[in-house]
Write a protein that binds this ligand. Structure first.
Ligand code: ARG
Ligand code: ZN
Length: 861
């Protein structure tokens, strides 16, 4: 059964119908075999809709037998298709037993039951369970599972599934049989199975009510030491959720398994999380500060799903943001509490301003609760996840922390054990807070990025400050007309006497004026403190105002944001022809010097203040993206700053302590600033010796990667030699080789094509491993604008070839790769045509997966 025989009909949110049959219990048995795994399901089925036929989803399954209440059914009693099984006439209540056969070894899509090396594992969200068994594969059918796994005891010492282990024995022939029971009814997307041989790292956690939970982390043989950080992070997450939201873990065991082949980051299967090993394994030598941050936040994310996702799940997949937006928000709050709140917020804002704004402006634009879906895997997006989290954050801003927490408590209590909707969530928030959230709910149905235009007027006679706010959301690919949204606008007023005042405005109309009485002198206004709403801001602040905000605002994010605006303006000026030395003034250089000298500052923030906005963020400020102008303005400003501040950077570098590596907030900040200095110094050949020294003396991956990236981005002659040394040194470590692949792929030099070609031959590279493919090709298409957008089209062609090769292997990953091409309308005529050519070649291919088809067809004219 190939993809093309399954249907290409998009589903609409409004077509939801409650399940015609429910299934209360399920006994699922696996006889594991790499090419012929036998799966048997015994289900208790109950009719909910009179007269309805029983429809079960199923794909890539070989049906062996069906029995109904003990009687074997022959072919005339059912209809089998590429998408499932229909039993037209069944009783109201019955036991259904189905036996199927599957081939995990041949499952390269990595959905359903597949093999990650020698390990059997599953990925069922969103619709992978239908590749394991015929079943109503929808999140609103909740059922209690008892799972039996049989496999050779020697090869597979660990046979895992959800819940509690209830039996375990080995027979005379060495066949092991293990049984698991999960007391919590769950949708099939939360089912998981793992079989393999691992190093097991264990710990325990005493919950707030005194229960002792066993924690088990399964990693590749020999990698036990690299699992410690993840396990500690898990304990921090468990404690945090008790303290912040009074949420306690509910089973006696919590397992996390790291696998080497995984389509996404991780999966929150009940009691048995499965992780991409990239988000579990870490030690100082092989992982960067960024890796540590990601591990902690994803470990937190999957753990937090136990309540927001598992105990209360989604009624249908259009509601995905109900669990994902909320859980991303929760993991962001966790990260903010564990490390630097400012830094983690800055990272989140960067993602919204680059990738999410781009998605809203693309043919794939959708509200955080999508309306139309062909392939659900295409909607695990920055919009559903990260804009979804922004929407939850706005709710917390509007209601305040306390009422927000009460709302969450009410939501979880009211819907515990159920499959809920976004409307249910809003209703609980409304009931708990007494706020009318009718207008706020528009955030769930409206796509697009609002533009907020602000004006301030001060009347010295009446002492009145009037602030005029206007919002407008342009039409998006999916939605022509837009309404005014409810926007929480947090502001801080900075007065000349150093006093300050905070205020929260709720903008509800297209245009509104807020008048503040008794304002003694005209303040500088800090708009959208902490990025209080996911909008594009247009304001009239002068460059002096921006520098004042950058120096004085009480919110670090606002300080950074003012500098971002400042840099954007200067970059625009250079793009329009201004000379760099007139744009980067002596006053600015003096200020930056002062910041670099400041010993008591937040060092990480200092580094962020001196970091220019990236290409993608700048691109989103233009309707037609002026690729070459942005790139050349960025590089000339960077070079100019390097020259102007050459001593200041060196001095700063010398002043910073260099403690032995620990992943700890203060040290992360020191490294961040040190690496900022190096990234500028790499522009100047005179500092080659310094960079080389740093590379040689580095005793941790964060420092090593920093030198590699600095020299690569600067086009330094040092880079090729350091890169080759790095590849040589780490050739046996696949996860570190991902960093090497990405270093090759993001090289702005013309030699990148030869580099990528060579790396495809590397023994660590494999088209079947998503991490490897992403390290080479996503890195190239998303983080190498210079070469990807080449005017000869070579960049687009390279991506086209990769997608073509990958789609039959792994559609989910191939569909992700195509994203940058979809935005062809945003570019100049020459690039438009080249990108369109690539898309049309893709569209013309037979056997295109649904994943890819949906995206390509949405983007073609
Ligand atoms: N629920 C997982 C998470 O924690 C992601 C699952 C993604 N699955 C997919 N098919 N796209 O975010
Ligand atoms: Zn999630």
């Amino acid at each position: 059964m190939s993809a093309q025989t399954t249907n290409r009909i998009a589903r609409s949110r409004h077509d939801y119908q409650a399940p015609a049959f429910t299934i209360k219990t399920m006994q699922l048995s696996f006889n594991l075999h790499s090419t012929a795994t036998r799966v048997t399901a015994v289900m208790q089925v109950n009719r909910e809709t009179p007269g309805a036929a029983l429809q079960l989803d199923g794909q890539h399954l070989t049906l062996i037998a069906i029995t109904l209440d003990g009687r074997k059914l022959s072919a005339e009693h059912y209809q089998l298709s590429a998408d499932g099984l229909v039993l037209p006439e069944v009783p109201d209540s019955f036991e259904l037993c189905i036996e199927t056969e599957i081939a995990p070894q041949h499952n390269t899509a990595l959905e359903g039951l597949y093999m990650a090396g020698n390990t059997y594992c599953t990925q069922c969200e969103a619709e992978g369970f239908r590749r394991i068994m015929f079943f109503p594969d929808r999140p609103d059918v909740l059922c209690q599972y008892t799972v039996t796994i049989k496999a050779d005891a020697k090869t597979y010492p660990y046979l895992l599934s959800n819940g509690n282990k209830i039996s375990d024995h080995i027979d005379e022939l060495g066949l092991r049989t293990v049984q698991w029971h999960d007391p919590f009814p769950k949708p099939c997307y939360l089912f998981a199975l793992v079989a393999g041989d691992f190093d097991l790292v264990t710990d325990n956690f005493i919950t707030q009510s005194g229960r002792d939970v066993r924690l088990e982390l399964f990693v590749d043989k020999g990698a036990a030491a690299k699992g410690d950080f993840a396990l500690q992070a898990l304990k921090r997450a468990m404690r945090w959720d008790e303290q912040r939201f009074n949420l306690e873990y509910d089973l006696d065991i919590y397992m996390v398994v790291a696998v080497d082949f995984f389509n996404m980051g991780a999966m929150e299967n009940k009691g048995l999380n499965i992780f991409n090993s990239k988000y579990v394994l870490a030690d100082a030598a092989s992982a960067t500060d960024r890796d540590y941050f990601n591990i902690e936040s994803i470990i937190g994310h999957e753990y937090f799903h136990n309540w927001t996702g598992n105990r209360v799940t989604c009624r249908d997949w259009f509601q995905l943001s109900l669990k994902e937006g909320l859980t991303v928000f929760r993991d962001q709050e966790f990260s903010a509490d564990m490390g630097s709140a400012t830094l983690s917020r800055i990272d989140a804002v960067k993602l919204i301003r680059s990738a999410q704004f781009a998605e809203d402006a693309s043919p794939m634009a959708h509200p955080i609760r999508p309306e139309q879906v062909l392939e659900m895997n295409n909607f695990y997006t920055v919009t559903v996840y990260d804009k979804g989290a922004e929407v939850i954050r706005m709710l917390q801003t509007l209601l305040g922390r306390q009422l927000f927490a009460s709302g969450l408590t009410l939501y979880l209590k009211r819907h515990d054990g159920q499959a809920a909707t976004c409307d249910d969530f809003i209703r609980a928030m409304q009931d708990a807070s007494g706020y009318d959230l009718t207008q706020f709910a528009l955030w769930y149905s409206q796509s697009g990025t609002p533009v907020l235009t602000v004006k301030q007027q001060y009347d010295a006679d009446t002492k009145q400050l009037s602030l005029t706010l206007r919002q407008e959301t342009a039409a998006t690919a999916d939605q022509a007309t837009k309404q005014a949204l409810l926007l929480p606008i947090a502001v801080e007023l900075l007065f000349a006497d150093n006093s300050r005042q905070k205020q929260l405005f709720c903008l509800t109309d297209a245009e509104q004026q807020f008048v503040l009485p008794d304002v003694a002198t005209e303040p500088v206004v800090v708009w959208l403190e902490h990025f209080s709403a996911p909008v594009k801001l247009h304001c009239q602040a002068t460059t002096e105002d921006l520098l004042q905000i950058a120096a004085q605002a009480s919110d670090g994010v606002a300080r950074w944001d003012a500098m971002q605006q400042y840099w954007s303006r200067q970059i625009t000026a250079v793009m329009q022809g201004a000379a760099v030395q007139t744009v980067i003034t002596a006053e600015l250089v003096a200020l930056l010097k002062q910041w670099l000298e400041l010993p008591a500052a937040d060092l990480a923030l200092t580094a962020e203040l001196l970091t220019l906005p990236d290409f993608d963020t700048l691109a989103e400020q233009h309707d037609e993206i002026p690729v070459d102008a942005i790139l050349s303005a960025l590089s000339s400003i960077k070079m100019f700053l390097a020259q102007q501040l050459r001593e200041a950077f060196l001095q700063c570098l010398h002043n910073l302590p260099q403690p032995a590596y620990r992943y700890q907030q203060q040290d992360v900040a020191i490294r961040r600033l040190r690496h900022l200095c190096l990234s500028y110094m790499a522009q100047l050949a005179e500092y080659d010796v310094v960079l080389q020294q740093h590379y040689q003396q580095a005793d941790n991956m964060t420092d090593t990667i920093a030198v590699l990236m600095a020299t690569q981005q600067a086009g330094s002659a040092l880079f090729p030699q350091l890169r080759d040394d790095f590849c040589q040194r780490w050739q046996h470590d696949a996860l570190v080789m991902d960093k090497a692949f990405a270093l090759v792929a993001t090289d702005p030099a013309d030699t990148v094509f030869a580099g990528i070609a060579a790396m495809q031959q590397h023994r660590q590279f494999s088209w079947k491993n998503p991490n490897r493919v992403r390290a080479l090709f996503s890195a190239f298409s998303m983080r190498n604008p210079q070469q990807f957008h080449r005017l000869d089209g070579a960049g687009y062609r390279l991506l086209l070839e990769a997608i073509t090769k990958l789609d039959p292997i792994n559609p989910q990953v191939s569909a992700r790769l195509v994203t940058p091409l979809l935005s062809w309308r945003r570019f100049d005529k020459t690039r438009q045509q080249l990108m369109l050519d690539a898309l049309q070649l893709l569209a013309a291919q037979s056997n295109l997966s649904n994943d890819l088809f949906e995206k390509v067809s949405r983007s073609l004219p």
